[in-house]
Design a protein around this ligand. Sequence first.
Ligand code: ADP
Ligand code: MG
Length: 280
Amino acid sequence: MQFGNSAAAGLLQQRGRPDLTIVGGVSVGQVIAFANQKGGVAKTTTTLNLGVALVERGKRVLCVDLDPQSNLTMSQGIDPDDLERTMFDVLVHKTPIEDVILRREIDLAASSIDLAGAELALSSMIGRERALQKALLPVRSAYDYILIDTPPSLGLLTINALTASDGVIVPVQCEYLSLRGLIQLENTLTMIRENLNPDVRIKGILPTMFDGRTLHSREAVEILQENFGDLVFETKIRKTIRYAEAPVKGTSVLKYDSKGNAAKAYRDLAGEVLRNGKAK
Ligand code: ADP
Ligand code: MG
C-alpha cells in the first residue's frame, strides 16, 4: 500500500497497527465496504458480525447502513420507521453523520427506506460520488474501523461506498452462479480506481453459506482460490440457521450464541482482518 506520509506509516506498521491509515498526517481508521451486487450473500450479516468481533478485540467500530432495505439497522433491533434522521439526510442534506449514529453493539449510522430516494437526489449534484467520503471525514479519527454495508446493486450508493473506502470485502455465496457476478464487481472497481479512488483494493473475498457436505460448495471454494489466490480468506462462513435467528432478537450472532461455531467464524475473520493478511 502507498502512503503519503511513508515514514510515519512505516512506523505504525512496524508497531503492529495495520488498522491505521495516514490521511494528511493524521492517523485514522480503515474504511471497508462490504460489496456484491447479488443479494442474499451475507453482506449485512458480515458487516454486523465482523464489526462486533472487532469490538470484542477492543476496536472502535462504526457500521454504516447504506442499503435502503435497512437490514443492518433492523438487525440491531431498531425500527427504521421510528428514525427522524438517517443516512439519507447525511448524504442529501449534509446532516452531520454524528447526528444519525446510534450506540448499540457497534456504533451504527442508521438508514430507512428514505435512502431509496438518495440515488435520484444525488444524481444531479456536483460531487455526487463523494458525498459519503466527505460525510465520514469528521468521524474517521474516532474509529479504528468504519464498515459500510451496501445494497445489492452497483448504483450510486455502492459507488459512494467504494469511493469512500480503503478496501472492499466481498462476501460470496459458495455457488457457481454467484462466482460469475464477481467479474462485474471487478469491472466497477477498476472504473472507481481510474476515476474516483486510485487506492481502493479488494481486501478479501469471503466464502459464505459454505456447506462442507456438498461437493458443489467445496468446488466453489476451489474455483475462488484458483482465480483469486491469497485474496480468499482462510475463514469460511458455514451455512447455519443461527445467522437468521440472531437478527430476529435484534442482536449479532456473537451475542445471540456467543459460544457457538457461528460466532467463532466471525471471530476468526476478525483475526484475519486484524493481521491485515489479505492485501492486493
Ligand atoms: P445480503 O446483505 O448480502 O443481502 P444477508 O446478510 O442479509 O445478505 O443474508 C441473507 C440471508 O441469509 C439472511 O436471512 C441471513 O440471516 C442469512 N444468512 C447469512 N449468512 C448465513 C449463513 N452463513 N448461513 C445461513 N444463512 C445465512
Ligand atoms: Mg444486506
